[in-house]
Ligand binder design. Sequence first.
Ligand code: GLP
Length: 251
Amino acid sequence: MKLYVEKDYDAMSRRVAAMIIEEMNYNPRSVLGMSTGGTPMGTYELLIKAYEEKKIDFSRIKTFNCDEYIGLHGEDPNSYRYFMNNNLFNHVNVDTRNTYIPDGRAKNLQAYCKAYDNLIESFGGIDLQLLGIGTNGHIAFNEPAEELSLNTFIAQLDESTIKSNSRFFDSIEDVPTSAISMGMGSIMKANKIIMLANGKNKAEAINRLLESELVTGWLPASFLHLHTDVTLVIDEEAFSLCDERTLYKFY
Ligand code: GLP
């Protein structure tokens, strides 16, 4: 795992956007794994700017999002489909037919999950997966547990996740309690992974990720230590509970 600790949110976003731009220019047919939440919003803004400045082209890009709430329609402002359209896809020249996000209203959810993994495989897998991290160390909606799912699955959301994500909803009762999420195996199959985190509320999860020697289901992000190409880009606040010497362990 390679670690960059940037001064603040903007610097973190700039570093991640630059890495995605490099990937897209290296392979204009890249399959990108996307993520939602507050953390990647700055990165998406910079990608839109790069597109407007003609530095990147989305016309042959394919995207797969790692999760979606169950029960929300794509036009619901809290759905991840709405988020992606609004924060990225509507502003660049991506063909929306090439943007895949799990359908939280699929009739047969089990069959849908299987089909989602097969679809990713059929495009040769994900070249670059972007990930955030939950305050409890979850990635996508792989919540802490003794056993984690290998493939795309129906996830039950943790109380703490429902609470964190309620800031986007009118009330906590409106937050869906389940979601479709890529499994740990689906995520680990990506060629490259970039995980980003900012702010004090992520400091504990980052501390556990970087200071512990354990790979455990109780900290789903810890599985990323087993991947050969992971870059963690965080800001100083997210790093604030770590030992300065940790910087030299991951470079
Ligand atoms: C959500 C999403 C994750 C996201 C994480 C962090 O629950 N399922 O994909 O990475 O929480 O979100 P935020 O960036 O808003 O802190």
